[in-house]
Write a protein that binds this ligand. Sequence first.
Ligand code: 5RP
Length: 218
Amino acid sequence: MTQDEMKKNAAWAALEFIPRNTVVGVGTGSTVNHFIDALASIKHEITGAVSSSVQSTEKLKALGINVLDLNSIDSFSVYVDGADEINAQKHMIKGGGAALTREKIVAAVAERFICIVDQTKQVEVLGKFPLPVEVIPMAAAYVARELTKLGGRPVLRDGVITDNGNVILDVHDLAISKPVELEQQINNIVGVVTNGIFAQRPADMVLVGSATGTQVIR
Ligand code: 5RP
């Protein structure tokens, strides 16, 4: 079974956990694209979606799913998103698709975060996947120097501008033993919009797609 088929298994398994007649939070990425396909099959049973990127918004709309402005909603029950890495504490690295800031905002409003991944995303220690950091463009060199002081090797993601008009530094060589603390520390650097550690608000449930089916980790 291919990695994409395992992503698809996890994504479709999420349908079981989507409450009906309510708004659904939707992440970004190739796993989430499968989830949007799944969501379209129950589109008449949900009120609509809140999206975390231009890419997901376009796909949701193309499939006839109503997309709502996050500012028009006080809260909603479930946010579904993928991850680049996830550990046993359900802390994640996200942002491989450069949508980390909007993802973190939508996740913050949701009551529950359901993470959908294939089994290759499970790790013991976060950091093998270079940590994405969204940065205000004029601060990129300064932030890169500060990230180097923290032991990382930041590399500007070539040609990428986020939906918010910012740049991404991918930080290599970090072994993230204290994700909650490092998330806060990096966010404290002036010029950082947010970083791709999702530990202060971890996932609540993980659906892990594999060749033998989908494992539910509560
Ligand atoms: C985008 C993300 C994605 O969730 C993450 O990159 C995983 O992507 P994929 O499902 O394509 O493997 O954080 O910013």
